[in-house]
Design a binder for this molecule. Structure first.
Ligand code: SF4
Length: 318
């Protein structure tokens, strides 16, 4: 059983990832099983720091071989380290579920060892949960960049949702602030899962496909690097179009790490809020990123993006 100290380290280390709200799965419990992922999505709520609180949100390990400068778990950081085994994570999920603490699992990990060995441990965890513990609750699994395609595919067969985090809005910023990652290491697995989901959904025809029923999401940090809201929205738009992402999550930058290449101030939640409003316009009202903001522009703080658009188009409101 995992001890309280490791549990604290592994849950606190996971709190900066915001790409975990859940919805869209419709798996009901089976006889002898435990858990239920309903169509309306499991309940979730957000706190200012830990964000999503109805899933057990935990890392398998915070021992990272990578050194993304903005990350409190990066290799060079002097922080307490811990890891958990697949069996320990499963025991936690089941015991928390039985006590009604949680309705699902959000499982992520630092790159502990190689991307493949990390992804293998995560895959083993979801297989154990589904097959040995008959857990039918919601599982959101983080994808590990550079992990073998087959591991990613197998993980997607057991998870409800997967997410590979874009993290930074341009290849240049990624190179500067997360030098071990590349744009391709994140976008290629997203594309792979999108194509595999399309093929599996087409095969299963009218029956509900079991391949990633809640689709894919991603997260971008806003304000750690100089990209404008116009650039960020264009990237989101491209990912919605190419990979049919369910959501892009925007995480306003918080300086938990001090480094000369990083801003020393928080971006602030208003910028994040405006991006979510603009994202909503793209997803539900058919706006394009180009209509909302020019490429080098940030969204205005004083008006929401819909109001800003209306003020630029007074001819439509005589
Ligand atoms: S890969 Fe980068 S962002 Fe992820 S835990 Fe390691 S240092 Fe942090």
């Amino acid at each position: 059983m995992i001890d309280a100290e490791r549990l604290k380290i592994l849950t606190e280390s996971a709190k900066y990832d915001v790409s975990c709200s859940s919805s869209g799965s419709a798996r009901t419990n089976k006889q002898g099983g435990i858990g239920n992922a309903s169509m309306g999505g499991i309940c979730h709520s957000f706190t200012p720091d830990g964000r999503c609180i109805s899933l057990l949100k935990i890392l398998m390990s915070n021992r990272c071989t990578y050194n993304c400068l903005y990350c409190p778990n990066r290799a060079e950081a002097d922080v307490p380290r811990a890891s958990a085994t697949p069996e320990e994570i499963c025991e936690l999920v089941i015991s928390f579920y039985r006590r009604n603490y949680i309705e699902g699992l959000f499982l992520s990990s630092a790159v502990d060892g190689t991307p493949d060995s990390t992804m293998e441990r995560m895959l083993r965890t979801v297989i154990l949960l589904r097959k040995q513990y008959n857990f039918n609750g919601y599982i959101h699994l983080k994808g590990i960049p550079y992990a073998d395609k087959l591991l990613t595919r197998r993980a997607a067969m057991y998870a409800d949702r997967m997410s590979f985090n874009v993290e930074l809005p341009s290849a240049n910023s990624l190179k500067l602030l997360a030098p071990q990652k590349t744009r391709e290491s994140v976008l290629l697995p997203m594309q792979q899962l999108h194509l595999e989901k399309q093929a599996t959904d087409a095969e299963s025809k009218k029956k509900r496909s079991h391949f990633l029923p809640a689709g894919q999401t991603t997260q971008m940090i806003v304000g750690a690097s100089p990209e404008s809201d116009g650039q960020i929205l264009r990237l989101s738009q491209a990912m919605y179009r190419k990979f049919s992402l369910k959501r892009v999550y925007y995480s306003s930058y918080v300086p938990v790490v001090h480094h000369a290449l990083l801003p020393d101030r928080c971006t602030g939640l208003l910028r994040e809020h405006r991006l979510y409003q603009a994202d909503w316009l793209m997803r539900f009202y058919g706006f394009s990123a180009e209509e909302i903001a020019s490429e080098g522009e940030n969204l205005p703080e004083e008006y929401d993006p819909k109001c800003a658009w209306a003020l630029r188009h007074l001819q439509f409101f005589p």
